[in-house]
Design a protein around this ligand. Structure first.
Ligand SMILES: [Zn+2]
Length: 178
């Protein structure tokens, strides 16, 4: 669920005028959508398969497809095509990027279907999340939650505050110059 930090920060930074309630809800769904692939474990699909966990659903192609869907639905999202694409695709792309900063599991198939190579970023400070809710209520689960608070929530909050401050400062300058 930590993945929703990114769309929430985008809303904070760009404001309700650019990121409507409906758009931020869709962006939150897009941010967690890649992990529907955990069903692969139940279906007996190997982790390393293109259709396994962190496979095709985490790819840049999936990001673009979901982003295009959002841009087509811009009217009910109370947005415009460019913003709907930008917010939803950035939220979904951030999922794979955050996963590639974790210290366990397999990497991310960013380039699927061109390649099923699994990528990690060179720096991986985030504790990998256990799969299954009951595994969170353990000492290891607590360690993961603390790691996500520090590396994701705190970092996103800082970016949100900086963007919000810049936006307010720029808006004030525009008003002062009118
Ligand atoms: Zn994931």
């Amino acid at each position: 669920m930590t993945h929703v930090a990114v769309p929430l920060v985008l809303r904070m930074g760009f404001g309700k005028a650019k990121v409507s309630n409906r758009l931020v809800i869709l962006a939150c769904i897009a941010a967690i959508l890649p992990d529907v692939d955990v069903i692969a474990f139940k279906l007996g699909i190997p982790y390393a398969s293109a259709f396994g966990h962190r496979g095709f659903s985490h790819s840049l192609l999936s990001v673009v497809i979901v982003g295009l869907f959002a841009s087509i639905c811009y009217k009910p999202l109370k947005s415009d095509p460019k913003w709907a694409f930008f917010i939803v695709s950035l939220s979904m792309a951030s999922h794979g990027i955050l996963d590639s900063l974790t210290n366990g599991g397999l990497g991310i198939a960013f380039l699927w279907p061109e390649s099923n190579h699994r990528y990690f970023l060179p720096w991986r400070p985030i504790e990998v999340s256990p799969i299954g809710i009951k595994n969170f209520f353990t000492a290891r689960g607590l360690q993961v939650i603390l790691s996500e608070i520090v590396w994701v929530w705190f970092s996103c909050l800082m970016i949100g505050i900086i963007t919000l401050t810049l936006r307010k400062t720029l808006n004030r300058r525009v008003i002062d110059n009118v």
